[in-house]
Design a protein around this ligand. Structure first.
Ligand code: ATP
Length: 471
C-alpha cells in the first residue's frame, strides 16, 4: 500500500453531535461517501474506527466516542505537508456542508458544540500511542504548548473545527498505533424524516439474529428485561447497532433484522468497545479523580447502604485506601452487600470526587479470595448452665440467670456459607457501558495492527442507500 505516489492519512473527528440530531458516526458515514466521490483510487487502510474514550469525562454527551478514518490516495508524496492541507480542506468543505444541512433542517447549534478535526500523515501515528492511552484512562489537557509541539511534528489541526473535539479526534487516530483487542459494530441510520418518531424494529427478528449468531455477536437482547439492546433511545440518527467479532457476521443483520422503517445507510466500524481497554492496572494511590482503572484490594469495612440502593465500603492495598461505590442499575450493589472485611477482590471502574473523598465507581468486580464466615453460638454458663450474652467488645459474656461473668469462654463456631462466589460479577447487559468486556468475550481477545490488514474499498464498509433521506 505504501508505494511511491500513494499517500496515506488518518483523519480524526469528534464532538459533532448537535443539540438533538447528528452524531459523529453519522458524519463519518457522510464523509466516507463524499471521499469516494472526490478522490479517484481511494482505499481504506482499515474499517473506520469508532473509538470510545474515558467514560469518566464530565463534559461528554453520551458514550464519549470519536471516529478515525484511515485512507490512502494517489498523490505526489514529496509534498506531504502541502498534501495534508489540501486533504484537510477537502474534508472541511464536506463537513461544512453536513453541519449546514443539519442546522438548516433540524437544529440549532448548542453552546457546547465543540467539533474537532485533525489530519495525521501516516508515518506519524506511531508517536501518538501515549495520546490514546491518556485520553482513554485520564484527562488530556491539550494546551497551546502541546498543540504546537504536535503541529511541529506534522499533525494538521483544522482551523474551522478546532473545538474540544480535537482531543477525541487525535485520540481516535492514535488508537491505530496500539496493537489492542477490538470488536466491530454495524450501525444503521434512519431517514431524517422519521427522527422525531419512535424507532420501529421487530424485536423477534433481533432475537432470531441473536440466536443465529450466538458466540460471534453479543449484547443484542436482554432476555431478563425482555428488551432489544441494539436500539438506542435518544434522538440520534441511529436506527440500530449490532456488535460482534467480524464484519461478515454483522452484515447478516441487514437481512435478518426486520424494520418497519427504511435503513437509509449503514457503516461497519472497528472499535475498542467491549474490550475493557480502559481498565488499566493501577495501585490505589494512582486512582485519582476522572481516571479509569482496575486494582486489587482488600475490603476494609462493612458494607454501608446509602440512598438509592448505593453500597459503599472501604478497601485498601499497600499504597493506600479508597472508597468503593456500587450502584443499583449495575446490580453490583447486590454483590457488595455480601462482601466481608478481609475479602480480596479486583475492582474496575472510574474515579469520581464526592466532596473531599475519592470514590471508585465500580463497574465490574472479581472476587479473588473470600474470607471464611463464622456464626458462633452464645456459650452456656459453667455455673448454672443458662444462656450467656455478650457484654460488649472485650468485656466477655454474662449469664442471664446467675450473673456470672466469663471473659474468654470457649465458643462453638460453625462455618456459614457465603452468599457470593469467587468469580467475576458484571452488570446485566442493559447496564453495561460501551467499553466493558461482556462475559461472552472472555477468551476471544485478539490483537490487530492495521498495517497488517489489506486495503479495503469504501463500498464494502459503508453505504448510503437513500441519499435524499440520509441528510
Ligand atoms: P456522542 O456519543 O454523541 O459522540 P460523546 O459522548 O462522544 O457524544 P462528545 O460530545 O464527543 O461526547 O464530547 C466528548 C468531548 O470530550 C470531546 O470534545 C472530546 O474531545 C473530549 N474528550 C474525550 N476524552 C477526553 C479526555 N480523556 N480528556 C479530555 N477531553 C476528552
Amino acid at each position: 500500500m505504501y508505494h511511491e505516489n500513494i499517500c496515506c492519512w488518518h483523519l480524526g473527528l469528534d464532538d459533532f453531535d448537535l443539540l438533538k440530531y447528528g452524531c459523529t458516526t453519522h458524519l463519518a458515514t457522510y464523509i466516507l461517501n463524499k471521499l469516494q466521490e472526490k478522490f479517484d483510487g481511494i482505499a481504506l487502510l482499515d474499517y473506520p474506527n469508532l473509538v470510545r474514550l474515558n467514560p469518566s469525562i464530565p463534559w461528554k454527551t453520551r458514550g464519549n466516542g470519536a471516529v478515525a478514518i484511515r485512507f490512502c490516495i494517489p498523490c505526489d508524496n514529496q509534498k506531504t505537508l502541502e498534501n495534508s492541507y489540501t486533504v484537510l480542506e477537502t474534508v472541511e468543505n464536506i463537513v461544512d456542508k453536513y453541519v449546514d444541512r443539519i442546522i438548516k433542517e433540524f437544529d440549532s447549534v448548542t453552546p457546547d458544540f465543540e467539533p474537532g478535526l485533525a489530519i495525521v500523515p501516516h508515518g506519524l501515528i506511531h508517536g501518538l500511542r501515549w495520546f490514546y492511552e491518556k485520553a482513554l484512562t485520564d484527562v488530556v489537557i491539550l494546551d497551546d504548548y502541546l498543540r504546537k509541539k504536535l503541529e511541529k511534528l506534522g499533525i494538521v489541526f483544522s482551523q474551522r473545527f478546532s473545538g474540544r473535539g480535537i482531543v477525541g479526534a487525535l485520540a481516535a487516530v492514535a488508537w491505530g498505533a496500539n496493537e489492542s483487542d477490538y470488536t466491530y459494530e454495524l450501525l444503521t441510520y434512519r431517514s431524517k424524516r422519521l427522527y422525531a418518531t419512535p424507532r420501529c424494529v421487530d424485536e423477534n427478528s433481533v432475537k432470531l439474529f441473536d440466536s443465529m449468531t450466538k458466540g460471534i455477536t453479543f449484547n443484542n437482547y436482554d432476555y431478563e428485561e425482555e428488551r432489544a439492546l441494539i436500539i438506542p433511545r435518544g434522538f440520534d440518527p441511529i436506527l440500530y447497532g449490532v456488535r460482534g467479532e467480524s464484519p461478515d457476521v454483522l452484515k447478516k443483520a441487514l437481512n435478518i433484522i426486520k424494520t418497519c422503517e427504511p435503513v437509509v445507510a449503514w457503516t461497519i466500524f472497528r472499535s475498542n468497545q467491549a474490550t475493557d481497554a480502559h481498565a488499566v492496572h493501577r495501585n490505589v494511590s494512582e486512582l485519582k479523580p476522572f481516571r479509569t482503572g482496575r486494582a486489587r484490594v482488600v475490603i476494609a469495612s462493612e458494607p454501608h447502604s446509602m440512598k438509592g440502593g448505593v453500597i459503599v465500603l472501604k478497601a485498601f492495598d499497600a499504597t493506600g485506601e479508597v472508597l468503593l461505590a456500587f450502584f443499583k442499575p449495575s446490580h453490583l450493589n447486590r454483590v457488595a452487600r455480601h462482601l466481608n472485611i478481609g475479602d480480596y477482590v479486583e475492582i474496575q471502574g472510574h474515579v469520581k470526587k464526592w466532596g473531599n473523598e475519592t470514590v471508585l465507581h465500580v463497574e465490574k468486580i472479581s472476587i479473588l479470595k473470600q474470607t471464611k464466615s463464622y456464626l458462633c453460638k452464645a456459650p452456656r454458663c459453667p455455673i448454672c448452665g443458662s444462656k450467656m450474652t455478650k457484654k460488649g467488645f472485650g468485656k466477655g459474656y454474662e449469664c442471664e440467670k446467675c450473673g456470672f461473668i466469663q471473659l474468654n469462654p470457649k465458643l462453638i463456631c460453625l462455618d456459614t456459607p457465603r452468599q457470593i462466589e469467587e468469580k467475576i460479577y458484571l452488570p446485566p447487559p442493559h447496564a453495561q457501558k460501551h467499553l466493558i468486556k461482556p462475559i461472552e468475550r472472555y477468551g476471544k481477545e485478539r490483537k490487530l495492527y492495521f498495517e497488517q490488514a489489506s486495503p479495503i474499498q469504501i463500498k464494502d464498509v459503508a453505504k448510503i442507500i437513500e441519499p435524499l433521506q440520509f441528510l
